[in-house]
Ligand binder design. Structure first.
Ligand code: SAM
Length: 247
């Protein structure tokens, strides 16, 4: 997968060199290109923002540098266009399902903003040439979209074939569609079996895979009930039956 990120703080994207994403880049599974938005300005101050029409506090990112930066990203491709991901608190919520959709794309471009966001016409103009998706990583407001890019890229990258050591690791994750859909993952343990007087639940040492699977499902249900009652509301009868936990 190819990923382009345009930002006024390219240094903010340095973590894309680390850990899982960094290794995926080294292995050639991810081609990440970070671009400095100010490279696409033409004034001596390299201005990327201006006052908002209609008044109000804060500044708005100017259309011209963004349009030229996105044009350059598209022009550097082989004729195709990326899916443009625009982080914004007013976007659709970022979920595991959306991460999976994005992981199926061959090319993503990210437009993280600062200040009060990007002039709306940039998004409208881009949408005439490429798929555009506005995404929020949560109901809070960050100072800029770079952290949102790191969140989205990491969630997407670990779903790419061959990026995780064990391909099944993400299938039992919280929110993963399939076996554990709409369930949070339960608690996990490793060695030693006893630590500071606390013991690993006996069932995990039993070697009985059926019992272990059932215990994990029960734990997942209990944790979801406790921490995410909003997810519980989505459970359907057939899912309850599938999980052997009849109401
Ligand atoms: N005035 C904007 C609003 O209320 O929607 C907030 C702008 S915020 C200070 C600057 C930028 O940070 C946004 O344009 C976006 O790129 C990013 N950002 C902030 N919160 C975000 C969130 N929850 N999800 C995704 N991006 C976010």
């Amino acid at each position: 997968m190819r990923i382009d990120v345009v930002s006024i703080f390219p240094e903010y994207l340095a973590p894309l060199d680390l850990s899982l994403v960094g290794k995926a880049r080294q292995r050639g599974q991810l081609d990440v290109r970070v671009h400095e938005l100010r490279e696409f300005t033409h004034d001596v101050h390299r201005t990327v923002d201006d006052t908002p029409y209609g008044g109000g506090p804060g500044m708005v990112m100017k259309p011209q540098p963004w349009a030229e930066a996105l044009d350059a990203v598209v022009a550097s491709g082989d004729g195709g266009v990326p899916t443009l991901v625009v982080p914004t608190p007013s976007g659709r919520p970022f979920t595991q399902e959306l991460a999976q959709q994005l992981a199926a794309e061959p090319w993503l471009a990210f437009a993280p903003a600062r200040y009060e966001g990007i002039d709306r016409r940039v998004i409208e103009d881009a949408a005439e040439r490429m798929p555009v998706i506005e995404v929020s990583i949560g109901d809070y407001v960050l100072a800029g979209g770079e952290v949102a890019v790191l969140v989205i890229v990491e969630a997407v990258a670990r779903l790419l074939p061959g990026v995780l050591g064990n391909a099944e690791s993400h299938q039992d994750d919280s929110f993963a569609p399939g076996r554990m859909a709409d369930l949070l993952e339960g608690p996990v343990y490793t060695k030693p079996a006893e630590w500071r007087g606390r013991e690993v639940p006996d069932v995990l040492l039993s070697g009985n895979h059926q019992k272990i699977a059932r215990w994990r499902r029960e734990q997942a249900f209990a944790r979801t009930l406790r921490n995410r009652p909003d997810l519980v509301a989505r459970w359907r009868r057939e899912d309850m039956d599938k999980h052997d936990l009849k109401a």
